[in-house]
Write a protein that binds this ligand. Structure first.
Ligand code: GLN
Length: 489
C-alpha cells in the first residue's frame, strides 16, 4: 500500500488495519505528516505541525500500550483548544508563542484513546468568522478551489480532511463553525448537544454557545470520534452528567438506508429566500432520496428563527467582550509598550490594540455596548428573550417530527474577499446553523451534492441529547448520495 493510499482511507478502516497489525500507527501517522508536508503550503490548514509528538503517540499504540476504537488514527485539532506544551494561538497575534501548561479535557481523551495529534488547525481569530479570512496568520484555502474560502471559523480542520492531510479533526461550533466549514468542503461536521462535550481547555468565545465537536469524511468516522471525545467532565460546570447517546450504533444503523417511520421536518422559514438555486436543488433532491428510504416529510414553521441571527450577534459578542478581557498583556502571550515608563493601563491598551484583529475588536465593542447599563435591557435582555422563543420553536417542532432539516449554508464556498467588506454579508453564512446553538441541541452537516462543482451541505437538527438520531439520518443520506472528493491538488 502506498503512502497516498493510507491518507485516503476512512478512520474506521485505518483503525481496523492498525488493530490487526496490517499497518503500524507510525506508518499511518508518517503518511499524513508527509501529505501535510507535500500540500499544506498550498492549503494552509495548519498553524503548527507536531511531528515528534504525533510519532511518539503512534509508537505507544504500536508498542501495545494503548488499544481502542480509534487507537493509532491521527487527528488535527483546532487551534482554539489547548494542547500542553504545543503552541495554541486561537489564530490571534495576542497569543503568539503561548504554550498552554495543560491539555483540554477533549485533548486528554484523544491521548488516552491513542490518537496521535498531527498539529493545530487554522481558524478565524478567536473563532469569530465564517471564512478563516480573519486568522491573524493568513487564510486557509479550500481544497476544492484554492481561490475560495474553506468556511469558518474552523476552516483549517475541514480543509485538512478534504485535502487528505488528516482522517479526523476537532472543531468548535458557537454559531456554525463546525457545520459550515464541513458543508463548503464536502466533509462531515457535527455539533453535539451543548454540554455533551467538555469546554474545559477550550479558549472561550461565547460560553453559553461554544460546543466542541467531531469532523470527519464519513458519518461513521465522525460518530466514532464523537464517542471518544464526548461525555461528562466535572471540570466543566455546564457538562451534562448523563450517558453519551450511542452515536456509533446509530450511524451504523443508518447505513442500511432504512428510514421508515422517521419524520423529517422541513423548516418553512429556511426553504426559500436567500439560498442559491444550486443549494436549494441539491437540498430538494436529497429530500427525495430520503423519502425513497422511507422517511416522511412534514413542513414545520419556526417563526422565531428569523430573529436568530440578530439575537446571536448580541449574545455572542456580549459573552466575548467578557471572556476576552483576560487578554491584557499580563497573563498570556503578547505584551506591547512595556518600556518601564508606561502605566499598566497603557500597556494593556497597547497590547489589545496590537494583538486583536478588526473583527475581534468589533465584537468586543458591540458586546460592551450591549451589556452597558443603559442598554442592557434593550439589547442583551431582549436577545435572551428571543433565545427562549427560538427554544420553544424547536420544542414544539420536535413534538411533531423526529429531526429538522435544512441546507447547512445558503451558499457554496465563496471567493476570498467577497464578503469581508460588509460584516453582515459574512454573518449570513450562519443563517441556518445559528438557531441550533441558541437552543443547545445537536446538528450535523453531511455532503449532499455539488453546485457548480462545489460541495453543498445538508443539515440535520435533533432534540437535545438525541445526537444519535441525527447520525442515523445522516448515515442514511450518505449511503444514498455517496461522498465527494475534490480534484487532485
Ligand atoms: N460565524 C459565526 C461567528 O462569527 C460562528 C462562529 C463559530 O461558530 N465559532 O460568530
Amino acid at each position: 500500500m502506498t503512502v497516498t493510499d493510507l491518507t485516503r482511507l476512512s478512520a474506521a478502516s485505518l483503525a481496523s488495519k492498525i488493530a490487526s497489525k496490517e499497518v503500524s500507527a507510525v506508518e499511518v501517522t508518517t503518511a499524513h505528516l508527509d501529505r501535510i508536508a507535500a500540500v499544506d503550503e498550498r492549503v494552509h490548514a495548519f498553524l503548527h505541525v507536531d511531528r515528534e509528538g504525533a510519532l511518539a503517540a503512534a509508537r505507544k499504540v504500536d508498542n501495545g500500550e494503548i488499544t481502542g476504537p480509534l487507537a493509532g488514527v491521527p487527528i488535527a485539532v483546532k487551534d482554539v483548544v489547548t494542547t500542553k506544551g504545543v503552541p495554541t494561538t486561537a489564530a490571534s497575534k495576542i497569543l503568539e508563542g503561548w504554550k498552554p501548561p495543560y491539555d483540554a479535557t477533549i485533548v486528554e481523551r484523544l491521548k488516552q484513546a491513542g490518537m496521535p495529534i498531527l498539529g493545530k488547525t487554522n481558524m478565524d481569530e478567536f473563532a469569530m468568522g465564517s471564512s478563516t479570512e480573519y486568522s491573524a496568520y493568513g487564510a486557509t484555502n479550500n481544497p476544492w478551489d484554492l481561490g475560495r474560502i474553506p468556511g469558518g471559523s474552523g476552516g483549517g480542520s475541514s480543509a485538512a480532511l478534504a485535502a487528505f492531510e488528516a482522517p479526523l479533526a476537532i472543531g468548535t461550533d458557537t454559531g456554525g463553525s463546525i457545520r459550515q466549514p464541513g458543508a463548503v468542503t464536502g466533509t462531515v461536521g457535527a455539533k453535539p448537544t451543548y454540554g455533551g462535550t467538555s469546554r474545559y481547555g477550550l479558549i472561550a468565545f461565547s460560553s453559553s454557545l461554544d460546543t466542541p465537536g467531531p469532523c470527519g469524511r464519513t458519518v461513521e468516522d465522525t460518530a466514532l470520534l464523537h464517542s471518544v471525545m464526548a461525555g461528562y467532565d466535572p471540570r466543566d460546570s455546564t457538562s451534562i452528567n448523563a450517558p453519551v447517546p450511542d452515536v456509533v450504533k446509530a450511524a451504523r444503523l443508518g447505513k442500511n438506508g432504512d428510514l421508515s417511520g422517521v419524520k423529517l421536518g422541513v423548516v418553512k422559514e429556511f426553504a426559500g429566500d436567500g439560498s442559491e438555486p444550486g443549494v436549494l436543488s441539491s437540498f430538494h433532491e436529497s429530500l427525495e432520496k430520503l423519502v425513497k428510504l422511507g422517511a416522511e416529510i412534514v413542513e414545520v414553521s419556526c417563526p422565531n428563527f428569523q430573529y436568530a441571527l440578530p439575537a446571536y450577534y448580541l449574545i455572542a459578542p456580549s459573552e466575548a467582550s467578557s471572556n476576552l478581557a483576560r487578554f491584557d498583556g499580563v497573563r498570556y502571550g503578547l505584551r506591547e509598550g512595556d518600556d518601564g515608563n508606561r502605566s499598566l493601563e497603557e500597556v494593556m491598551s497597547l497590547t489589545r490594540e496590537a494583538g486583536f484583529g478588526a473583527e475581534v475588536k468589533r465584537r468586543i465593542i458591540i458586546g460592551t455596548y450591549a451589556l452597558s447599563s443603559g442598554y442592557y435591557d434593550a439589547y442583551y435582555g431582549q436577545a435572551q428573550k428571543v433565545r427562549t422563543l427560538i427554544t420553544r420553536d424547536f420544542q414544539s417542532a420536535f413534538e411533531r417530527v423526529d429531526v429538522l432539516v435544512s441546507p447547512t449554508t445558503p451558499f457554496v464556498a465563496f471567493p476570498f474577499g467577497s464578503r469581508t467588506s460588509d460584516p453582515y454579508q459574512m454573518y449570513l453564512a450562519d443563517l441556518f446553523t445559528i438557531p441550533t446553538n441558541l437552543y443547545g441541541g445537536p446538528a450535523i452537516s453531511v455532503p449532499c451534492g455539488l453546485s457548480e462543482g462545489l460541495p453543498v451541505g445538508f443539515q440535520i437538527m435533533a432534540p437535545t441529547m438525541a445526537d444519535d438520531r441525527m447520525y442515523r439520518v445522516a448515515a442514511a443520506l450518505e449511503s444514498a448520495v455517496g461522498s465527494f472528493t475534490p480534484p487532485e491538488l
